[in-house]
Ligand binder design. Structure first.
Ligand SMILES: [Zn+2]
Length: 326
């Protein structure tokens, strides 16, 4: 960690954090910088300990689920490594998009134009909008659900409403005891800024319960170094529930009157003072509770921004936003 004494070398003066808890540790990476492992039977996951992708090997070809540019060409290396070891074809025939975000699909063009690309109809619409050559638009789309059958294997895709993004789907492998659901739960870590950079607070906070409605033992959640367990999802739900409870308590207990009074006609300064005070009051006990328990919990801006988003959703979505003027 850089100290002020060495910042003259040009390195930024970076904060120190507690050691990462054991629950948050990833895998050892190989010389290329990836780790690939068998999740269940012929379903494999590959990670660089930041991003995670998955693939299914079958006698008829390989199906890839997400292609994060962070892993990039290592997805191909991992497929080649596993198919060679099992005497199967390394031909990629299908790619499934969990959602349209470039950080999970930006290497999908590496697999060429000759494969079947499957995604939600909203993923197609958003990719047409974004017009990114690195993310070819899916040609097979669905509205509610789609069953993919390749090489004797079955995968069930379903959309249950917006959450992290408008198009984020649930990918169930019923014969592999696995669910793939990206960018909501992080195994052993808290979400990053603003509920993992999510669009829909109510959709995001309700999604883990939908995920738990599926039968599975392994959850491929798109980030970090290991698959999640049902206990990881429960811990995530508790973290979010703690923020919700703390936000309600802070909204009820922080008095805006003196803050608005202090700033007088500068009402936007009063709004900022009030919302910042509510956020700080709500986030502080959650940061204290999860530091040393979940990875990233002492990076306070993560819990603060997630708390701000949840507190605003309590005001704006759930209501009431405040007392009605008499
Ligand atoms: Zn995303």
């Amino acid at each position: 960690m850089t100290s002020p004494a060495t910042s003259a070398t040009g390195a930024p003066d970076l904060p120190d954090y507690a050691p990462v808890p054991a629950i948050a540790k990833g895998a050892a990476l190989n010389e290329h910088g990836y780790h690939v492992w068998q999740v269940e039977r012929n379903l494999y996951a590959v990670t660089d300990n930041v991003y995670m992708s998955a693939f299914l090997t079958t006698p008829d070809g390989v199906v890839i689920f997400d292609a994060p540019p962070n892993i990039g060409h290592n997805i191909r290396r991992a497929v080649d490594e596993i198919t060679a070891a099992n005497g199967l074809t390394n031909q990629v025939t299908h790619m499934v998009y969990s959602h349209h975000h470039a950080d999970h699909q930006g290497a999908s063009s590496l697999f060429g134009g000759d494969i079947v690309r499957i995604g939600h109809e909203e993923t197609r619409r958003l990719l047409l909008r974004d017009d990114d050559p690195a993310r070819p638009v899916p040609d097979v789309t669905f509205a509610d659900s789609y069953t993919l059958e390749v090489g004797g294997e079955r995968v069930e895709l379903a959309w249950h409403g917006p959450n992290h993004s408008p198009d984020n789907i649930y990918i169930h492998f019923p014969d592999h005891d696995t669910l793939m659901f990206i960018d909501v739960v992080n195994a052993g870590w808290i979400p990053i800024y603003n509920l993992n950079l999510s669009d829909d607070v109510i959709g995001y906070t309700g999604a883990p319960a939908i995920a738990l409605d599926y039968p599975w033992t392994h959850l491929i959640s798109g980030h970090l170094g290991r698959v999640a367990t049902r206990e990881d999802v429960a811990m995530h739900q508790q973290y979010i529930a703690d923020i919700e409870a703390s936000s309600r308590e802070a909204l009820a207990s922080v008095n805006p009157g003196p803050l608005f009074g202090h700033y007088g006609e500068n009402v936007w300064a009063g709004v900022s003072a009030y919302l910042d005070a509510v956020t700080e009051h709500a986030a502080a006990p959650v940061i204290a509770k999860y530091t040393g328990v979940l990875g990233g919990a002492d990076i306070e801006v993560y819990t603060r921004t997630t708390t701000f988003a949840i507190m605003q959703s309590i005001r704006l979505d759930r209501g009431p936003s405040g007392p009605v003027h008499p």
